[in-house]
Design a protein around this ligand. Structure first.
Ligand SMILES: [Zn+2]
Length: 167
């Protein structure tokens, strides 16, 4: 199991993404973020209905994230139709420099260690996210130690997985 940091330890583990003017640090981005090209993904993922050409992630989560997708791909029987049905091909973003929707601290997306999928069926504060119906997806992330927002009693966030522990 990977030893992911607590949320409060992310500055130390992933680096400090805060720039001088309230936006993201270009220096931190250059030193820490990498792109995964679409041809390195096991299946097609879509953003707003269009195939994604690349995904920008923190270099420390790249391999774990790819293992998650490959595990899901295997579990689906390598079926694009199946991963489409599960919603895991409906990518909704990783890196985005912003505050948490429920607070004033930085979102885990600001560290590029969090991923959202299929928000239409797994909305923020929806206590019955659709991903709960697909243990193949849940298990694949859990196998890499990723934390699922769908397990949160307060501010349930079923679209969201993060490579950081709550605390
Ligand atoms: Zn999220």
């Amino acid at each position: 199991m990977n030893a992911w940091p607590k949320q409060s330890e992310c500055d130390a583990f992933y680096g400090n993404p805060r720039g001088p003017d309230g936006s993201a640090s270009a220096k931190w981005e250059a030193e820490n973020l990498v792109y995964i090209a679409a041809f390195d993904l096991p299946f097609i993922i879509y953003y707003d209905g269009k195939p994604v050409t690349r995904v920008r992630v923190h270099k420390k989560v790249k391999d774990a994230f790819l293992r998650v997708l490959n595990r899901i791909w295997e579990a689906s029987g390598k079926s694009q139709a199946k991963v489409d049905e599960w919603g895991i091909s409906k990518y909704a973003g990783c890196y985005e420099y912003r505050k948490k929707r429920s607070g004033t601290t930085l979102s885990m997306h600001s560290y590029a260690c969090a991923f959202d999928f299929d928000p239409a069926n797994n909305g923020f504060r929806d206590p019955t996210p659709r991903f709960a119906d697909y243990p193949e997806v849940i298990k694949a992330f859990a196998a890499e130690g990723a934390v699922w927002g769908g397990d949160w009693k307060t501010n349930c966030d079923g679209m969201h997985w993060q490579f950081a522990r709550v605390g």
